[in-house]
Design a protein around this ligand. Structure first.
Ligand SMILES: [Zn+2]
Length: 543
């Protein structure tokens, strides 16, 4: 008996001495590794920005020592969340304009503008999202107050649908617009011989195009602002779906001088200058930036009936939508991208647009492959076309919140039968066995909890519809978490370095207030990220 105690004591001393050094230890938690087996462990150690080991609290604490240890107190940890489809810079830009959505009166619009102008004192004052139908007085406002309040700054306030705007005197001056200005396809409204400030359709662009594009300093601010909010939401990698190479150059600079830390997967926009740039330079890959793909638009959106359908819209039989370019353009681009070994990502919403892109991809790719060409949104698919995804390993890249945003009117547009092939995430997942998830922010909110909820529960925040929307296409919670981590990483060719918490991978992870894998649905939406780590460094803490 004595011998056993002696041996245990010696073992304890030896193992104490042989403790390996780590930078950070987290223990006593529910750590979702999102590895192949979806193992949940209690603890892990981090060193040099990477995961050193995962395991039980006892095993990790006895094998490693670190200057900092965190008792997770049972809290859940997930790999850093990845948004496979968003507009990071566009979101940052949206933060530079006053949010006028859900205002209850014109007076409230003015209040919000005053507040916003105080914190954004320079240049054009821009606001977006007003809707006079939400106000007691449903007439369009005029610009008298705007010109008085802001005599020296041009003001541009876009209506929620983008088809109307209200501008002040200074903005008219900047745009060189005077009374009786002639244009086609729009209206500069005049009443009793004076400009009211209201612009309709093409007149909106007339003034909007005079707003100077952000300079380098403003762009840096835009990207930093976007990063701050995204870290707070638990995002550690974001796919920006469509930038020009000049912005990529700036992001690279910001990564180098460490004014930007967010990991970005950038698709370059479908423009000659971007093809020339990347074909010449070759793919860009650092720890925080990955550029190897191009973003192409096949059609528009369902809400505005710009999505290209095989058969007319159910609520407007004169329309079927249209492709944004000739099919020949998509073919040429596909061959060019393939010849250079890059990834093609095409926005397709309508079943006709999806069929066109699927056919072109199938022709160019030929058979199963590992080129991971993506269809962004893959929103409405004809029943006979689903198989075309699996046939040549085409990746559907979907945004679950689109389903719960569109569910109120999608059946009006598509009819009861056709809508069954829309937002069909489960069916799409079955094609290749994996499915990346995103949000398309700023079209939707940045919060990944909304994605998780929409993918699994398929309801809105008011518990509508009672039994969930087209639940045959709901994902399981495990599938949704994979879609927001390892499968999103895979869509970016990064599954070997991130997307799960395994030895050797990047230490990108979040500590969550609740365990979204287990809590009641209503707690998913309200769930907060408590801390976000990127590369083993804490980049956000909730206060
Ligand atoms: Zn998008």
């Amino acid at each position: 008996m004595k011998n056993i105690f002696l041996m245990l004591a010696i073992f304890a001393i030896l193992s104490g001495c042989s403790q390996k050094k780590a930078d950070l230890i987290l223990y006593n938690g529910q750590v979702y590794t999102v590895n192949e087996k979806f193992d949940v462990v209690e603890a892990f150690a981090v060193k040099d920005g990477k995961i050193l080991a995962t395991g039980s609290t006892d095993a990790i604490r006895s094998a490693y020592s670190a200057p900092e240890s965190i008792d997770l107190e049972g809290k859940a940890v997930y790999p850093g969340l990845i948004d496979a489809h968003a507009h990071f810079m566009g979101y940052g830009q949206s933060l530079q304009s006053a949010d006028l959505r859900d205002t209850k009166s014109w007076a409230e619009v003015l209040d919000r503008l005053r507040e916003f102008a105080a914190s954004h004192p320079d240049g054009w004052l821009i606001g977006r999202g007003w809707d006079q139908n939400d106000w007691p007085d449903k007439h369009f406002p005029d610009n008298t107050d705007l010109s008085t309040l802001f005599p020296k700054r041009p003001v541009f306030l876009e209506r929620i649908d983008g088809h109307a705007a209200l501008v002040n005197k200074k903005a008219f001056e900047a745009a060189g617009i005077t009374k009786s200005f002639a244009l086609t396809g729009g209206d500069i409204v005049e009443e009793k011989g004076r400009l009211t400030g209201l612009l309709i359709d093409n007149a909106v662009g007339l003034v909007e195009h005079k707003i100077p594009p952000p300079d380098a300093k403003q762009l840096r601010q835009i990207l930093s602002d976007a990063e701050k909010n995204c870290f707070a939401a638990g995002l550690t990698t974001i796919d920006d779906c469509g930038l020009d190479f000049e912005v990529v150059d700036l992001i690279e600079k910001m990564h180098q001088d460490q004014s930007l830390k967010m990991r970005l997967y950038v698709m370059l926009s479908d423009a000659d200058k971007n093809y020339d740039y990347l074909f010449k330079r070759g793919a860009i890959k650092t720890e925080r930036l990955n550029v190897r793909s191009f973003k192409v638009y096949a059609d528009g959106a369902l809400g505005s009936r710009g999505a290209c359908l095989l058969h007319p819209y159910s609520d407007m039989p004169s329309k079927t939508g249209f492709l944004l370019s000739d099919k020949k353009h998509f073919e040429e681009v596909a061959r060019k991208i393939n010849a250079h070994g890059f990834q093609m990502c095409t926005h397709a919403i309508g079943d006709s647009a999806n069929r066109s892109v699927l056919k072109i991809y199938n022709e160019v790719l030929g058979s199963k492959n590992d080129k991971r060409w993506r269809i962004e949104h893959a929103q409405v698919i004809a029943p006979s076309d689903f198989d075309l995804f699996g046939k040549t390993s085409i990746v559907p890249s979907v945004q679950p919140t689109h389903a719960t945003s569109d569910m109120y009117w999608a059946a009006d547009r598509l009819g009861a039968e056709r809508v069954k092939g829309a937002y069909a995430y489960k069916q799409l997942l079955e094609q290749n066995g994996w499915l990346p998830l995103g949000t398309d922010f700023p079209v939707e909110q940045i919060n990944p909890m909304l994605t998780f909820y929409a993918a699994t529960i398929r309801k809105d925040a008011n518990n509508y519809p009672k039994d969930g929307y087209q639940m045959e296409n709901a994902l399981s919670r495990e599938q949704a978490l994979r879609g927001m981590t390892i499968w999103a990483a895979k869509a970016n060719f990064e599954e070997k370095e991130k997307g799960s918490l395994e030895t050797g991978k990047l230490a990108d992870f979040v500590i969550s207030e609740n365990d979204i894998m287990k809590v009641d649905p209503q707690h998913i939406l309200k769930n907060n990220i408590l801390k976000t780590y990127l590369n083993g460094e804490k980049v956000y803490e909730r206060r």
